[in-house]
Ligand binder design. Sequence first.
Ligand code: BGC
Length: 564
Amino acid sequence: MNPNSVEAVAADTDVSIAGAQPWWRSTSIYQVYPRSFADSNGDGIGDLPGAISRLDHLRDLGVGTVWFSPFFASPQRDVGYDVSDYRSVAAEYGTLDDAQRLIDHAHHLGLRVLLDLVLNHTSDQHPWFLESKSSRDNPKADWYVWDDGRTWPLGRRRRPNNWRSELQLPRAWQWSEQREQWYLATFLHFQPDLNWHNPEVRTEMFDMIRSWLERGVDGFRLDIFGSIMHDARLRNNGRRPSLRFGLPRLQDPVRTLNTEECFELATELRAVCDEFDGDRVLLGEVFGSSDVLKRYLRHRGKPGLHLVFAFDFLAAPYRAETLHALIDGYEADYPAPDLPTLVLENHDRTRSLSRLDGDLGKARVMATLLLTLRGVPVIYQGQEIGMANRYIPLAEADDPIPRAVARFVPEALNRRLPERLNRDEVRTPMQWDATPGAGFSDSATPPWLPVHDNHVEVNVESQTGDPDSLLEWYRTLLGLRREHPALHQGDLQLRPIGEERHVIVYERTSGVDRLLVAANLGDETATIDVPTASSILLSSDSAGTVRQGSLSLSAHSAAILTLD
Ligand code: BGC
């Protein structure tokens, strides 16, 4: 058997051994942000050969799948989320051959590969857009969303409707002098929305997707998928401001977000993926209530996306009651075989350790929940060693979001804004070792974002083999997750919050494999009842004990028990 074939990968991949369920239901995902992962040629920018050389780390950590943030050709104004050619690789990252080697090498190591597809928009430098804006009657004239808008008295130009961009303050319409029309840009102004109502766009995009599936990728993370299908009649959004799905919105985005046609598109994309062994997976970045999110999974009797992110842990406070309510909600909303995709941090949101006041005990508790709950866990590069936000003044930000905000609120540049606004702080180079370039790059060229000063202590090399390190905690948890069917495919029974209000307890069960997970999020030692015949399998609390049906857990610690 060719070691890189899909069959060989399936045989190799830990969790496929577990049983009949599809691999992606029991996998764990590691997000690589290529620009900050590993720089092989000393230009200060991470690249694909660098990523290839560091894939061993993922295998050793014990994850099943790697998701690469976009590495396609791009002017990089939004670090690759502004694509100028979906079928080639950004020159500073490498070549198509490198991408193929990356996919093959990951497979060789038993890792599945997800690429990041930005389907909603392209870069304004994409040749399609350059052609589209060149006139009103070129072959690509309708590949983007163009409209004349309306005219105010005295001839002032007026946008086609009231739609706002995802950033809220800016409007979603940009004026093109060249074409003398408005174009839609749901995210940033240099990211024009593709017109998915145009069948030619669909055909081209589906073919592009097939070309990557033919190269062997195991699926895709789908960027802002819920924004792709805007109302073709360009009707106004609701005028009322809303706090929709936890995000403040200046209007009610009924015509631009999670429309019926978005759910339909999910089923069409699924059909394209299913042309390939029925084994490839779609993970949607979608925002909404659980009822909305579930419509992406199946719509009108047809299967849609395989997985959708549940982003609640990104913002939830470290409080047992809150997290308990979220877990309870997931159990109700995602009955098996569905399951949520869980995430503590990513390239857009704050580092979880920074949200946890740098407390490694709390980080272990959160890692335990992430890797033992019923769901697909996602680990963002560096999370496993406890990388923290690295303060970068807004005035020096590379990220276009703070700069877009500053156009509307100039004084923001002089203030330290909420973490979400300067994403550079969570995108600094991966900390591999204590050398000046943190092992990310060994050249004198400064990396594209500064290395965090704490890399001297916080790095992969120093934590490897140290039983007290966060890295080894992650590795051990991932090992248990692979070994125990209870963890990677079992049911979950959540205990109601008891007298110990700061403790979360649940059981995971698959046949005879039965485990109990307990996490103490309080500042005091807690004692909880456990079955008499139970013993500690793993504990982050060296003082933790089980005696006569009672488990004692120190503040901010977690344990996994076997139940006989
Ligand atoms: C990605 C961001 C990106 C945006 C626009 C997102 O949600 O995660 O990093 O800026 O989509 O493509």
